[in-house]
Design a protein around this ligand. Structure first.
Ligand SMILES: *[C@@H]1O[C@H](CO)[C@@H](O)[C@H](O)[C@H]1NC(C)=O
Ligand SMILES: *[C@@H]1O[C@H](CO)[C@@H](O)[C@H](O)[C@H]1NC(C)=O
Ligand SMILES: *[C@@H]1O[C@H](CO)[C@@H](O)[C@H](O)[C@H]1NC(C)=O
Ligand SMILES: *[C@@H]1O[C@H](CO)[C@@H](O)[C@H](O)[C@H]1NC(C)=O
Length: 412
């Protein structure tokens, strides 16, 4: 239930955010600005590590409430030194509106509620919980507190206005962190299987859970950062998909490890990787660089090129530093395992991928329930074949697709 409420909250907030975000070109850079102010070095470091700087830099009308190093150190300690928890706090300190001293002086008496990036990220079950309240204080000055905080006092007061670019970008120093009970809660990502199932990747989840060593390898990489590309249930049924039930154990392990990259790559960063000449190392990669994968992007469309086929990165299932999960529309077939298919049928330009020929070639017979269709399939036809296999999957997928679209709006 909570997750549905959360999804709805994300959608509602996202709807109100998207139009402003798309119509606007970035003019400020919080990282560059704070680089010139060494007293906020720690704050700046965590903005970068959590990539919250990208969210701030791609939106108009934002106010950053920053903390000096000594104050930031208490926040980091309150957050248990955990990056995901610190990210929540940094998002709470990033207001979705422009507030300079002039606007603060014009505040009405009593509390004024303002929205934050924390809500936009879908952390708050109710939109009020992740907001921030501000007020003119009796003794002069301005105070901030979490909307969810139960206390009456405004512990965080404005100590300095560092930057006031009208209606676009304000940076204010405050005296104390803004916190509330639950701010540092992060999703329990210890159960990868559950997360994958919820994203419409039941088949992949079952393989990961049922193939010795794979889940442990994923979980081992999780602490330092992992990005998972999970094929949707449809991907296993698609024309050209190998029959995973008939694969040798070692090959299956390699195939599953190939679907994970041992670093945290949120969508905005993934798009930037296309220009890097170097392919990405996967969990299956060898020292000599076998089982690497390349990122290709055209506009907002990001794909992974395995050397055998290109797999489109579809929905964002989870983006929680240092773990990112996406769905992909096809199984990622490494050239090291499926080169035969490539040699047997070299890829003609703009034609279906050569592995699609696999469904009629002996090494990997089609699954019994694979749809039989003509040899050459127009691209639009293929999309129709990828229709959801169940109402639930479709519901999850549409929520996920929308969230992914929203993500790219916000991050653009
Ligand atoms: C912001 O500034 C930092 C530091 O100068 C730089 O590394 C980064 O690429 C800039 N970001 C954008 C979006 O220009
Ligand atoms: C997360 O879930 C696992 C089992 O799925 C459980 O063992 C663990 O205690 C949970 N952690 C938290 C912080 O709830
Ligand atoms: C993880 O989730 C799956 C599916 O919901 C469940 O079957 C399994 O027992 C869970 N594992 C743990 C360790 O909680
Ligand atoms: C594989 O990827 C790693 C990491 O980017 C890189 O150092 C290596 O050169 C790549 N190897 C090949 C053969 O592409």
């Amino acid at each position: 239930m909570a997750s549905v409420q959360r999804a709805v909250a994300v959608l509602l907030l996202a709807c109100s955010l998207a139009p402003t975000a798309t119509a606007w070109v970035s003019a400020h850079n919080i990282t560059a600005f704070l680089n010139g102010h060494p007293e906020y070095k720690l704050y700046n470091k965590y903005l970068t590590e959590t990539r919250v700087c990208d969210e701030i830099n791609t939106r108009a009308a934002v106010t950053c409430l920053v903390l000096t190093d000594a104050v930031m150190a208490t926040l980091v300690s309150d957050a248990g030194d955990e990056l995901g928890a610190i990210k929540n706090a940094l998002r709470l300190h990033s207001l979705l509106d422009y507030w300079d001293m002039k606007k603060l002086r014009a505040l009405p008496d009593g509390d004024t509620l303002t929205d934050t990036f924390y809500q936009a990220a879908g952390n708050a079950a109710s939109s009020h919980v992740g907001g921030v309240k501000m007020a003119k204080l009796d003794g002069g000055g301005f105070g901030f507190k979490a909307a969810a905080s139960t206390g009456d006092t405004y512990d965080a007061t404005v100590t300095k206005a560092l930057k006031q670019t009208q209606y676009d970008f304000a940076v204010l120093e405050i005296s104390a962190p803004i916190e509330f009970d639950g701010l540092f809660d992060v999703p329990n990502i210890s159960n990868v299987t559950k997360l994958l199932e919820r994203a419409g990747c039941k088949r992949f989840a079952a393989l990961v859970a049922g193939t010795t060593g794979v889940l442990a390898a994923y979980q081992g990489a999780m602490e330092k950062g992992i990005t998972l590309f999970a094929p949707s249930d449809d991907a296993f049924m698609a024309k050209g998909a190998p029959n995973v039930d008939k694969m040798a154990h070692a090959d299956l392990v390699a195939l599953l490890l190939y679907h994970a990259v041992p670093s945290y790559i949120p969508r905005a960063s993934l798009k930037l990787l296309k220009s890097a000449a170097r392919p990405l190392r996967t969990l299956a990669s060898t020292a000599s660089g076998q089982y690497n994968v390349s990122v290709v992007a055209r506009g907002d469309d990001v794909s992974l090129d395995t050397g055998v086929r290109k797999c489109r990165v579809a929905d964002t299932v989870l983006d929680d530093t240092p773990v990112c999960m996406y769905t992909v529309d096809k199984l990622m077939l490494p050239v090291e395992l499926f080169a035969d298919a490539l040699a047997a049928a070299p890829e003609p330009a703009e034609a279906p991928s050569p592995v699609e020929a696999l469904s009629t070639s002996p090494p990997a017979p089609p699954p019994a329930d694979a749809p039989s269709s003509e040899e050459v399939e127009p691209a639009d036809r293929k999309h129709k074949n990828l229709k959801a296999s169940s109402a639930t999957a479709a519901a999850f997928r549409s929520i996920g697709a929308f969230a992914a679209a929203v993500c790219s709006f916000l991050l653009l």
